[in-house]
Design a protein around this ligand. Structure first.
Ligand code: SF4
Length: 335
């Protein structure tokens, strides 16, 4: 089956005064229609850059994005327009993503009018009301005339989600969409997103640093665990979370407290305690090796592991998923 969206060997290098920053390196991922793909990892792992590339908000330095099997770089202007309608981005910060001097009705009707989907102001009002109902902001007529500062953070994020639904998207890319909300409000927003997933059959690329949230929202879909710009484990969300294979995924999961996901210390990760390396000075070999509890001298600090197929998932680790090509080379060298 052709995936709804696919990233093919995507890399992104930012050229800064401090040197080149390889934010994303050779990432290939797929998400099918109506499916969820969670991108997880610590801040700086490249998940937001990957998401922005997927949404067409940034151009990769290398590799490309396919939508419905078509390379987005080769799309006609009309297809590009369809792509921009079909793929919507929900930002982390609901405060920044809404114009403070525009009413909620104004925010929701703008995309409807821009794309000729509302015949009149009355029609726009009714459609905007239905969008608010979809995100459980009711009664809608109470919210439509309000301005962003009159809403709570959770309500604002619901409006941002409603706006992303205005053009009947096929894929929503949600970047830490619930991370700025209080825990109790977060659960409500996650419930609404889960409902939308099933009711509207819309796919999600869901970015989070929080594996408890990935488990809640992403079960039934796929998960990609990213570290310093690369995917290190990629597979079915439930299987990866129940039975992690990569030492980094294991460490992240060991840090998920059952009760309070707000208070988490880095020493709980079970990692060797060193700072997360800088992207401008990546460690040699496996970039995780300075922190890895399984670190093995030799391959780990000289050769960067690639993702190896392990039946139910892909893992990039010399110890957990030995690269058959490297094994052959080593055997040949010995003989
Ligand atoms: Fe750890 Fe080596 Fe595997 Fe990297 S390749 S994750 S350093 S065991």
């Amino acid at each position: 089956d052709t995936p709804l969206m696919a990233l093919r060997g995507v890399s992104q290098v930012f050229h800064t005064k401090g040197g080149d920053v390889p934010a994303v390196r050779d990432v290939s991922l797929e998400v099918g229609a109506g499916e969820v793909l969670c991108l997880v990892g610590e801040s700086g792992c490249g998940k937001t850059t990957t998401a922005r590339i997927a949404a067409g908000l940034a151009r990769p330095s290398d590799g490309f994005v396919e939508y419905n099997g078509q390379d987005t770089r080769a799309m006609s202007a009309d297809r590009q327009k369809d792509f921009r309608k079909a793929v919507q981005f929900v930002h982390q910060d609901p405060y920044a993503s809404l114009n403070p001097i525009r009413s909620i009705f104004g925010a929701l009707s703008a995309p409807l009018r821009r794309h000729g989907l509302a015949k009149s102001k009355k029609d726009a009002w009714e459609q905007a009301g239905r969008l608010l109902e979809q995100v459980d902001l009711t009664p809608a007529e109470n919210f439509l005339p309000k301005f962003p500062h009159q809403l709570s953070g959770g309500q604002r994020q619901r409006v941002a989600v409603a706006r992303s639904l205005a053009l009947n998207p096929k894929l929503i890319i949600a970047d830490e969409a619930t991370s700025m909300l209080d825990v109790s409000i977060r659960v409500g927003v996650l419930r609404t997103l889960t409902k939308l997933r099933t009711e509207l059959d819309v796919g999600f690329i869901f970015i989070t640093h929080d594996l408890a949230i990935a488990r809640y929202f992403g079960t039934g879909g796929k998960i990609a665990v990213m570290y310093l710009g690369r995917v290190v484990e990629y597979g079915d969300t439930a299987e990866v979370i129940e039975n992690p294979q990569h030492p980094y995924t294991k460490a992240l999961l060991a840090a998920v407290p059952e009760i309070d996901p707000e208070h988490r210390e880095s020493h709980e990760h079970g990692l060797r305690s060193v700072d997360i390396p800088s992207l401008t000075a990546l460690p040699s070999g496996c970039t995780f090796h300075p922190r890895c509890p399984l670190y093995r001298q030799g391959d780990c600090d000289t050769i960067e592991p690639r993702l190896i197929d392990m039946d139910d998932r892909e893992v990039a680790c010399h110890v957990v998923a030995p690269d058959p090509d490297l094994t052959v080379e080593t055997e040949e060298a010995k003989s």
